[in-house]
Design a protein around this ligand. Structure first.
Ligand SMILES: Nc1ncnc2c1ncn2[C@@H]1O[C@H](COP(=O)(O)OP(=O)(O)OP(=O)(O)O)[C@@H](O)[C@H]1O
Ligand SMILES: [Mg+2]
Length: 262
């Protein structure tokens, strides 16, 4: 059973996730995806992910970030239900296709520099907001960003491999993620990975999405992607702030500020 760390909408004892989906969403179809630890389904309006009970930490991390409202480019959650064999997370189906698809990336690169720089700013701000929540990003890559070409909007999603805290020791020989974005330390077993690793990942991402040779942006990319972590921006937020200035963007407005009630 899932604990109170997940803000559940409902707990259904004795009902399996699949039987709830079949009963409540009879039009749901399996959704093709790579990660076999979770099940995915979709309807015209929703995407449904099922985390089995033994994947509690991944489910908790995913739901904490996706339901945080930390940035308007983060795909939100609609509902979280605990079934007898796992957690059901329901998201709106947003329009768009993953930037990891070469045709989608090619389409993205046809967007004017000014508009593209703003979309990249949204991605960088969304990532900075997640790190500020207290996570180190893992697997933040082109496949987990959707481009809605018609509405000129980007969506970031799929957070379940992120790690809580200020950093973590790499137990595996190589970190999980896209090789083309990975920092040198992500290939060293036992290395300490922290925000500066994400600074490198995001710097590489910016270089792919804005290969236009804008001098100030290239300086930011260069600073972010230094081989030695201590030579990079120390936080993702600092990278985001410098990127905004370099790209000539106004201050970030995507963060929802909630005033304390007292
Ligand atoms: N809320 C959503 N709205 C629209 N499409 C979505 C949504 N969530 C996921 N998808 C689609 O489902 C695909 C798989 O989702 P996800 O990335 O969570 O699974 P994955 O197992 O990590 O797969 P992959 O390795 O392809 O990233 C995405 O590439 C995307 O096209
Ligand atoms: Mg994914």
């Amino acid at each position: 059973m899932l604990d109170a760390s997940i803000g559940l909408d409902s707990v259904m004892s004795g009902v399996t996730a699949e039987s709830w989906i079949m009963g409540s969403l009879p039009h749901a179809q399996p959704l093709e995806h790579a990660d076999e630890t979770k099940l995915m389904f979709h309807t015209d309006a929703m995407v449904i992910t099922v985390y089995p009970s033994n994947e509690h930490e991944r489910a908790a991390v995913e739901t904490e970030i996706a339901s945080s409202q930390a940035h308007t480019s983060i795909v939100p959650t609609l509902m979280m239900l605990s079934a007898s064999d796992g957690l059901i997370v329901v998201y709106p189906k947003v329009a768009g296709f993953p930037l990891s698809n070469p045709d989608v990336l090619e389409a993205f690169l046809t967007i004017s520099l000014a508009v593209r720089a703003k979309l990249v700013g949204d991605i960088v701000d969304a990532y900075a907001a997640v790190v500020e929540l207290g996570f180190i990003l893992v697997d933040a890559y082109l496949g987990n960003i959707l481009l809605d070409f018609e509405n000129v909007k980007v969506w970031c999603f799929d957070w379940d491999l992120s790690r809580r805290g200020d950093g973590f020791k790499l137990e595996a020989e190589q970190n999980y993620g896209s090789n083309r974005l990975m920092a040198p330390e992500e290939f060293v077993q036992g290395a300490w990975l922290d925000q500066r690793t994400n600074v490198f990942n995001i710097g590489k991402l910016i270089s792919i999405l804005l290969p236009d040779g804008v001098e100030d942006v290239d300086d930011v990319i260069d600073h972010a992607t230094q081989a030695d972590p201590s030579d990079r921006f120390t936080t993702v937020q600092a990278l985001a702030d410098h990127y905004r200035v370099a790209a000539g963007l106004p201050p970030a407005h995507g963060v929802i500020l909630v005033e304390d009630e007292d």
